[in-house]
Design a protein around this ligand. Structure first.
Ligand SMILES: Nc1ncnc2c1ncn2[C@@H]1O[C@H](COP(=O)(O)OP(=O)(O)OP(=O)(O)O)[C@@H](O)[C@H]1O
Length: 274
């Protein structure tokens, strides 16, 4: 579990990005959404001990990531949006680097590469951005770290690779591990996510399971504007709305609609979870 307690942090001492925020992340697949510049990457760097909070505590399964001890470093893998690639083949990189990760599965790594159509003999520094991303994703999911953090993993991926990535996620993540995905492409992961975190200016607007969201909120398309709408958008075929789920009807949350609702009417959405 990732636990952040009363964290304050900013790059400029006069401009905190986070002011006393707390957040808990358990097992399952988490989507992290938020507007550009709101602090998603900064938050992930704090989780990983790559940045140090001004105030507050951050832990991964009870260990302090900022201490950078081997026990905690082998517990998680963070794949940033951009990486400086070494001048070595994909398989040489994996052999060298995986020595730090006791659950690395070489066979699965090869299977992931095959699924993403990447040749392991290619040099990491001499392939395209999208190919580098796929090589690193193939590697990340073969590590089987209890915690995997991905910053914008589908940036640069073509349509078939996005589908392949979904298959890899479905078979690689088990019930005892945590996958945290920061993304602007919620549709890429819609059916995979168990939990949703929406980050706002200096606060966590929402951190709920998709089950809880669908119990509290109803996502509906109607011809006319519903009277009890919390948030609605008019589209050509009618209205797409977020409504209170008074009858606890089974329904699938529309993550993009919820995200827009959260930014437009945060207090109304928050009140549904009180
Ligand atoms: N190294 C840095 N030095 C100074 N300011 C920074 C640095 N990195 C990020 N920032 C600022 O901190 C804020 C949060 O940036 P961050 O990259 O965490 O946002 P983000 O939510 O990941 O954005 P995006 O969705 O665009 O990737 C932004 O205002 C950004 O300009």
């Amino acid at each position: 579990m990732i636990k952040m307690e009363n964290i304050s942090y900013g790059y400029n001492p006069k401009l905190p990005i986070f002011n006393n925020i707390s957040l808990e992340i358990g097992n399952g697949i988490y989507g992290l959404l938020g507007e550009n510049g709101v602090g998603k990457t900064t938050l992930m760097h704090l989780f990983c001990g790559l940045l140090f909070p001004w105030k507050g505590e951050c832990s991964i399964d009870g260990m302090n990531p900022a201490k950078r001890e081997p026990a905690v470093l082998s517990h998680y893998f963070f794949l940033p949006e951009e990486m400086q690639m070494p001048s070595e083949s994909i398989s040489a990189f994996a052999t060298r680097h995986s020595a730090f990760y006791p659950h690395f599965n070489h066979k699965e790594f090869e299977q992931n590469l095959e699924e993403l159509k990447i040749d392991r003999k290619q040099k990491l520094s001499a392939i395209s951005y999208g190919q580098q991303k796929k090589a690193m994703l193939a590697y990340a999911f073969a590590l089987h770290t209890p915690l995997l953090i991905l910053d914008e993993p589908t940036n640069g991926l073509d349509i078939t690779s996005r589908q392949a990535l979904k298959r890899i996620i479905s078979r690689s993540i088990d019930d005892d591990s945590t996958l945290l995905i920061s993304t602007h492409q919620a549709h890429d992961f819609e059916k995979l996510l168990d939990h949703l975190i929406i980050l706002g200016e200096s606060e966590v607007l929402l951190n709920r399971s998709l089950d809880e969201i669908s119990q509290r909120l109803l996502f509906a398309r109607t011809d006319s504007l519903p009277e009890n709408s919390i948030y609605s958008e008019q589209e050509l075929p009618g209205y797409f709305s977020v409504l209170p789920n008074e009858e606890e009807e089974e329904n699938t949350p529309d993550i993009e609609l919820l995200y827009k609702a959260m930014l437009q009417v945060p207090e109304k959405i928050k009140s549904m979870f009180k």
